[in-house]
Design a protein around this ligand. Sequence first.
Ligand SMILES: Cc1cc2nc3c(=O)[nH]c(=O)nc-3n(C[C@H](O)[C@H](O)[C@H](O)COP(=O)(O)OP(=O)(O)OC[C@H]3O[C@@H](n4cnc5c(N)ncnc54)[C@H](O)[C@@H]3O)c2cc1C
Length: 441
Amino acid sequence: MNKVAVIGGGLAGCECAWSLANRGVSVTLFEMKPHVYSEAHSEEGLAELICSNSFRSNEPETGIGLLKQEMQTLGSLVMEAALATQVPAGKALAVDRNMFSAHVTEAVVRHENIALVRREVASLDDSELQDFDAVVVAAGPLASSSLAEDLIAVVGGDSLYFYDAIAPIVSRDSINLDVAFWGSRYRPEDDDYLNCPMDEGQYKAFVKALLEGEKVVPREFEKEIHFEGCLPVEAMAERGEKTLAFGPLKPVGLEDPKTGERYHAVVQLRAENRDKTAFNLVGFQTKLKYPEQKRIFRMIPGLENAEFLRLGSIHRNTYVNAPKVLENMEIKARPGVFMAGQITGVEGYLESAASGQWLGIMLAARLQGGSVEEPPQETALGALLGHLRSEAKKYQPSNVNFGLMPGLQKRMPKKMRKGAYAQRAQESFAAWLERTGMDSR
Ligand SMILES: Cc1cc2nc3c(=O)[nH]c(=O)nc-3n(C[C@H](O)[C@H](O)[C@H](O)COP(=O)(O)OP(=O)(O)OC[C@H]3O[C@@H](n4cnc5c(N)ncnc54)[C@H](O)[C@@H]3O)c2cc1C
């Protein structure tokens, strides 16, 4: 029997252990609790949900709804536990967090191919790890500091981040192109950016709304995380009414393409993918609450009806520059060591679990001398895995969303697009299942 060590009994680690074990691999799952707790974990159980108890939308016309279906089809333990412990939450899947964690813990402990060892693995050179055919690091966004330091030595200090500063992403279909115009600074012919112009009155109202908007209160361990270069947009606004207009919203080089007139301020949106179906708001990392982000950012001319594919945040989050340091989830500089979960730059409970599930499926095949085709990029899982390869100037974590999928070939009314993405994903996943003979072990 092949032997794999999994470091971290969270969402990704449990799901990875489960899919490996169900494919005949012997797994030792190392979990540091209850001897060591991160700043946010507090319960002994595995797969602890440290914040919300929601796995988000069940709607099939969303990336997360599709991901749920795909994970379930592939035999996800996290989905099994979530459905068994769900509480009423409208169109979302929410759970009783204690029952959820207990369900996962019991399933893992009972599995004949999984041994749970409660101790911290502080280094990849740990002598016990040397007996395994492969090691999976699934230590999460709050990986213990000794392990994180060890990872720096392996992947390099410039490829392991401790915070993420995420700007919102909007779908291109929802941007009003009668108002927003194409062009980079001093390069009106470029189509990598869309620009949303503001006059003085609009700018002042926007700055006022930013200052008054409700913010997320940082947790004790997150208080120190604001540093120059990733200041929240509202913190910049606090420095003075003109700060944004001289900073990320500076209008220089972005004159009106028709009249050449200079605007008071310009919000730049940068293409997020090759098909230019999604755009991020440059410099708009924020601690504003989610509903406030929608309300306030829709004040930006051209974004009145913006559909947000991702909302902004600033988090304590340990993650690697996956496109640079990983290949097929394996650390290039350390063959035999793989990574899964939030630490790879996926964002969210289910996204973390899904990456662990896929790694388990792929690694089991590989250890048994075979290989398995990755789900196509049109599927939710394939799109998420594609994100781990998407090179960017500043690699940022992402949840699963339609912006990670290839654009639709046909033009169609906006209200039909989500359905078209969903249908294409379902058909593509079904064809992949048939091609690969993948089952729900
Ligand atoms: C403060 C915070 C709040 C979040 N809130 C949400 C939310 O509300 N909704 C959402 O969808 N996502 C949220 N996330 C993002 C993410 O989805 C979760 O953190 C998710 O739990 C990540 O899954 P994971 O398996 O990668 O890591 P985790 O679930 O954190 O699992 C990692 C496990 O590894 C263990 N571990 C760490 N280091 C070691 C070591 N050296 N040796 C042995 N064990 C180790 C930890 O104790 C932990 O049990 C949040 C993240 C943070 C940081």
